[in-house]
Design a protein around this ligand. Structure first.
Ligand SMILES: Cc1ncc(COP(=O)(O)O)c(C=O)c1O
Length: 331
């Protein structure tokens, strides 16, 4: 009876805060309440028609009813190779790609692949809720490096250097960032990448929000600006945010061949291949153009500007109210 019912490792995991908030918002909406959920990063558009059609067609192909190779359908891995060259100007080969059950599984498997118990992982904060849990599940120690609004939520090389110890193995890098939306400039990306190379630190770079950019910002892929990191770098990505495909569960990791092979072995015992129908949909998404993505981006930008304007008006109103209150000595 002295043994815990749930293992200590699993009992220590916190629930995904974003999914908890999202479930609450969806329940309120279903009950007829006028709720807009800002919890999960989930486009409210339907998946574009041509992507849905590719999936519908795939359901009647018997080959898609069967197990397929763990690292992904050959056409899917090739589509990722082509997309990575088109969008990031980064040249890779198909054996550097592992297709996973959403980007979230890529996050989990990447830390599992390169982190040993006691290794420290530098984690720029504010961060997305799943990172520390995935680091801890791998036995690693998350080391937060905090950047506030005065530095636009972007960590500097000086801050990273201060947090570095002999145990530091990995830096988690996310640009554009969830939750802050901040984007590192090419100079900042280069400086951080070169610092990592200098100290033999791995970089896991999460590029899932690569297409959600505003006001002319660009988000260059870290190994493109710092090619010397390639052998110690894992890129995470997926179709969820770009193509409004959160429910289809398709993501991928790109990395050195030995890491991808090891992670494929891991996945072969965990979840095997990603749903073939979802992969067929993702192939259509990646092989298509970005016009639907740009259209959604324009709507996001309009809403972003509106909410920033409303918040600023609210803050200005609040400041005036405070002034009136203090003038009239109202407490
Ligand atoms: C920063 C970041 N990375 C990865 C993911 C994983 O996305 P998915 O598993 O839906 O592909 C998310 C989802 O919210 C995210 O915000």
């Amino acid at each position: 009876m002295s043994k815990p019912r749930v293992s200590r490792r699993i009992a220590s995991i916190a629930e995904s805060a974003t999914l908890a908030v999202d479930a609450k918002a969806k329940a309120l909406k279903a009950a007829g309440r006028p709720v807009i959920g800002f919890g999960a990063g989930e486009p409210d558009f339907p998946t574009p028609d041509y992507i849905v059609k590719a999936a519908a067609d795939a359901t009647s192909v018997v080959a898609n009813h069967r197990y397929t190779p763990t690292p992904g359908l050959p056409e899917m891995r090739e589509a990722i190779v082509k997309k990575t060259l088109r969008d990031s100007h980064y040249a890779i080969t198909a054996d550097q790609v592992l297709v996973t059950n959403g980007g979230k599984q890529s996050v989990y498997q990447s830390f599992a692949a390169i982190v040993d118990p006691g290794d420290e992982v530098l984690l720029p904060a504010p961060y997305w809720t799943s990172y520390p849990e995935c680091i801890k599940l791998a036995g690693g120690v998350p080391v937060e490096v905090f950047a506030d609004e005065t530095q636009n939520y972007l960590v500097t090389v000086d801050q990273l250097e201060k947090a570095r110890t002999e145990k530091t193995k990995v830096l988690l890098f996310c640009s554009p960032s969830n939750p802050t939306g901040s984007v590192y400039s090419p100079e900042q990306v280069k400086a951080i990448g070169e610092w990592a190379v200098k100290h033999g630190i791995w970089v896991i770079t999460d590029e899932i929000y690569e297409h959600l950019l505003y006001d002319g910002a660009t988000a260059p892929s870290l190994p493109v600006l710092v090619p010397a990191i390639a052998d110690h770098c894992i890129i995470l990505n997926g179709v969820a945010k770009t193509y409004a495909m959160t429910g289809w569960r398709v993501g991928w990791m790109i990395g050195p061949k030995d890491v991808i092979k090891a992670s494929t072995n891991h996945q072969s015992h965990l979840s095997s291949n990603v749903s073939n129908v979802s992969q067929r949909a993702a192939i259509a998404a990646l092989n298509g153009d970005l016009s639907a993505v740009h259209k959604m981006g324009e709507a996001f930008d309009r809403r972003r500007k509106l909410i920033v304007k409303l918040l600023n008006e609210f803050l200005a109103f609040n400041a005036q109210l405070q002034l009136v209150r203090s003038t009239l000595s109202i407490r």
